[in-house]
Ligand binder design. Structure first.
Ligand code: PMP
Length: 388
């Protein structure tokens, strides 16, 4: 201890630890737990990508890359974004490789926020958003979505949250934790408001590859939106590369240059072997992505059906690998449900309340687990419900 004085910054002292962590820690101390709690693929990165990283190390490619990342990879990312999502970005001025989508979010917020600027976040949402906004000196303003609207942001609700201090909307589709996917029409309605109030959009599209029924639409592909969008994507989810820590930003050159200023001092560059792995994943790995997607889709259909059969209302989410069933019929809070389910049946899920107030009454279950595990989890949850 350094005495009575606190050396910790006030902005950090007031920060709450992630509610998801608590359940990981509880589950880690128990045997035989089936975890539907984690937000990462159960697949291993494709062999060709792993081999490319190994080969890069054998060739001695162990130095820093350019701050924005290997030019060859930025060129590949540019082609990929164009082919898959119909958005066009210049590899040299408009694409930055980052340490996961996580760092991309941090960079985007730090590059645009002055003290007191407001960012609209759409709850239930990824647990990092509000803390990252606050750390960047901004203020997060929440818009809630509801299960009646399939957890899709409504343009009218967005408009109500906007003040003279609003600088950006932070939007995630497909969504963590609800799996909600905004289609072109939803996005067009949101874009009207964004343009009317001259806002930026930070579009977290990390689950773009995991869209099961209709293809993902990027908000940046809509008329007049490219110039006001910071598009975030990466390799963690679709390419099963969470541990490599590689994401990327696509943004108009002026915004990209501002983010690169921070990146060059704070991070220098993303991991070099990870960049070689990602290059290969983009060149030859799309088949693997399609295979994983097929499997996720099958699991999604199974788990949605199972929850509804149990009497836990669950809409069919369009993307990501989460379902967000209602547990209101049990009379438990989402935290009680998750804690008691873990203790009684050793199944880990995440209480919806950790994703914001509008998540109360729901639990998040990830179906990035084998079908056998999902079947066993369903059996146990059924027991849990029936024993009440
Ligand atoms: N955004 C969302 C919505 C996420 O769910 C996650 C990971 N859980 C991230 C960003 C961060 O992804 P990465 O591993 O690329 O940092």
């Amino acid at each position: 201890m350094l005495g009575t004085k606190s050396y910790i910054a006030k902005s950090v002292e007031s920060m709450q630890p992630s509610g998801i962590r608590k359940f990981f820690d509880l589950a880690a101390g128990m045997e035989g737990v089936i975890s539907l709690g984690v937000g990462e693929p159960d697949f291993v990165t494709s062999w060709s990508a792993r081999e490319a990283a190994i080969l890069s190390l054998e060739r001695g490619l162990t130095s820093y890359t350019a701050n924005a990342g290997l030019l060859e990879l930025r060129e590949e990312v540019s082609g990929y974004m164009n082919n898959r999502f119909h958005v066009s970005y210049q590899p040299k001025e408009e694409i930055i490789l980052t340490v996961g989508a996580s760092q991309a979010l941090d960079l985007a917020l730090r590059a645009i926020l002055d003290p007191g600027d407001e960012v609209v976040i759409v709850e239930p949402c990824f647990v990092s958003y509000a803390p990252l906004v606050e750390l960047a000196g901004g203020k997060s303003v929440t818009v809630e979505t509801t299960s009646d609207q399939q957890f899709k942001l409504q343009a009218a609700a967005l408009e109500q949250a906007i003040t003279s201090k609003t600088k950006a909307l932070l939007l995630c589709s497909p969504n963590n934790p609800t799996g909600a996917q905004l289609d072109k029409k939803d996005l067009e309605e949101i874009a009207v408001i964004v343009k009317k109030y001259d806002l930026l959009v930070i579009a977290d599209e990390i689950y773009a590859e995991l869209a099961y029924d209709i293809p993902h639409t990027s908000i940046a592909s809509l008329e007049g939106m490219r110039e006001r969008t910071i598009l975030i994507n990466g390799f963690s989810k679709g390419f099963a590369m969470t541990g490599w820590r590689l994401g990327f930003i696509c943004a108009p050159s002026e915004l990209a240059a501002a983010m690169l200023k921070i990146h060059q001092y704070a991070m220098m560059c993303a991991s070099t072997p990870a960049q070689y792995a990602a290059l290969e994943a983009l060149k030859t790995g799309m088949k693997d992505v399609e295979e994983m997607k097929k499997d996720y889709r099958r699991r999604r259909n199974y788990i949605v059906q199972s929850f509804n059969d149990m009497g836990l209302d669950c809409h069919t989410p369009g993307g990501a690998f989460y379902v967000f069933p209602s547990i209101r019929s049990t009379g438990l809070t989402s935290e009680q449900f998750a804690e008691e389910l873990l203790k009684e049946q050793k199944v880990a899920v995440v209480p919806g309340s950790v994703f914001g107030n509008s998540g109360e009454g729901f639990i998040r279950c990830s179906y990035a687990s084998s079908m056998e595990q999902l079947q066993e989890a369903v059996k146990r949850i059924n027991c849990f419900i029936n024993n009440r």
